[in-house]
Design a protein around this ligand. Structure first.
Ligand code: GDP
Length: 436
């Protein structure tokens, strides 16, 4: 529970072993006792006390730790509600922490990233943001802009001090500095997106090439951590595997695995569909046969895409070589494996690691944007910078320049939540889970 009344409500339902006045109970302390209703014990519990402003929400807070189990927990919750508490909305605790000024919006948003993290890198990026790294960078950029803004305001308010030219140079220098920093952040989103969403990977090939055998190899590997997600829009399963720290989101794995039946085996048409939304395509061919017309259609699909060609079944008599004419100019990544005998799978991993060198981004040192809302605002402020530059080059009056500069400040302020509207705030927190 969080809020002014929380200790009063607690008092009505909690019988501590050692009675103490709430004034005498210190924050960050735990008391032992029973939750009771009409003198009947509901459960034996521990209650943690947090006193304003030193709590998650900055309000008075208490946390009841019961033995768990649905019935008892529900009963305690009901008791709290009966005695005046209200059920929290999703993300309400974090929302209060934001509204009460303990954390800014970017930090609040990172809480959900930390909770939902599917890989260590993603969790790390979330924690960095929670610690305020992005907020600090944004405020440093804003300070740079504000320092110049002061000079502009002076020249607007006191036109008798002719600082015009000086100010223009100052503004242009500042815009360049700020743009450089923002572009770096904007670019980090390429990696941030991968960290957060995984590399959408499609395994394609004609029936019997070995798609499902390869998939099972990948999923069975010790280093592959698999999380199954019920697809939201389609009835498919999304599986995340971690390959040397690189998260792959395998597309339509259910379709590949369930295709026991010859008729249902994933063919060219389906391969085309899966490939369309992929960041990486793994195209697999049966090396014991020469390329068929179907195989050539598969090669058509990977044209111009980031792809790895796999020659499978190298344990059998070889008919297909890496040097085959048809592979020319498609990709440098051609790997020979035997999915059946577990040969060459490590080479597939090495190739993926090479293609997406996430080690390049050092999560410990570099700031990575993982949130699309932040990315869009950064792109928008870069646009505003360009507009401001145009205005200056067109020798427009300085008060107009000031208007555009304010726009940059506003976009950046929206990241940390200075100017955001209630609608945006509600939308952000509605994505949280209850109790966070
Ligand atoms: P998919 O239709 O592309 O998913 O292909 P499958 O993975 O179901 O494989 C088709 C057949 O080829 C199965 O009988 C597999 O056991 C066999 N197979 C897959 N990989 C290999 C391999 O490396 N060597 C050999 N000899 N057979 C394989």
């Amino acid at each position: 529970m969080s809020g002014k009344e929380c200790f009063k409500i607690l008092e009505k339902i909690f019988n501590p072993k050692k009675e103490e006045d709430i004034e005498d109970i210190k924050g960050y302390s735990i008391k032992y006792g029973n939750i009771v209703e009409n003198d009947i014990i509901i459960d034996e519990v521990l209650v943690s006390y947090f006193k304003a402003p030193k709590s998650y929400t900055t309000e008075n807070m208490c946390e009841i730790n019961s033995h768990g189990g649905n019935i008892v927990m529900k009963k305690i919750l009901e008791l709290c509600l009966k005695n005046g508490a209200e059920l929290a909305e999703p993300g309400e605790f974090t929302k209060r922490a934001f509204l009460n000024g303990r954390i800014d919006l970017a930090q609040a948003e990172s809480v959900i990233d930390v909770i939902n993290a599917k890989s260590e890198k993603e969790a790390k990026a979330g924690i960095k943001q929670l610690e305020g790294d992005l907020s600090k960078e944004i405020s440093a950029i804003k300070q740079d802009i504000l320092d110049v803004m002061v000079n502009i305001e002076v020249s607007i308010d006191y036109p008798e001090y002719d600082v015009g030219d000086v100010t223009n140079t100052q503004v242009l220098d500042m815009l360049e500095r700020v743009e450089g920093k923002l572009k770096k952040l904007e670019k980090s989103f390429d990696n941030g997106k991968i960290i957060k969403e995984g590399i959408k990977t499609a395994i394609i090939g004609k029936p019997n090439a070995g798609k499902s055998s390869l998939l099972n190899r990948i999923l069975k590997e010790d280093r592959a951590i698999v999380t199954e997600y019920a697809g939201t829009t389609r009835d498919t399963i999304e599986e995340f595997v971690n390959i040397n720290g690189i998260p792959l989101k395998l597309i339509d794995t259910a379709g590949i695995r369930n295709a026991e039946d010859e008729v249902e085996k994933i063919g060219i048409q389906k391969s085309k569909e899966i490939a369309k939304e992929a960041d990486l395509i793994i195209a697999i061919f049966d090396a014991s046969k020469i390329l068929s017309e179907e195989d050539k259609k598969i090669l058509e699909i990977i044209k111009g895409k980031k792809a790895i060609i796999i020659l499978n079944k190298i344990d059998l008599d070889r008919k297909l070589k890496k040097e085959d004419e048809n592979f020319k100019g498609l990709t440098d990544s051609i790997i020979e494996i035997s999915a059946l005998n577990n040969i060459g799978i490590d080479k597939v991993y090495a190739e993926i690691t090479k293609l997406f060198d996430l080690n390049e981004i050092n999560i410990d040192n570099d700031l990575v944007i993982t949130n699309i809302r932040h990315k869009n605002l950064i792109s928008k402020s870069i646009e505003s910078i360009n507009k401001t530059r145009e205005i200056i080059n067109e020798k427009m009056p300085i008060d107009l320049v000031a208007v555009y500069i304010k726009e940059i400040l506003e976009d950046l302020g929206n990241i940390t939540g200075e100017f955001v509207t209630e609608d945006i705030i509600n939308e952000i927190f509605s994505k949280f889970c209850l109790g966070k």
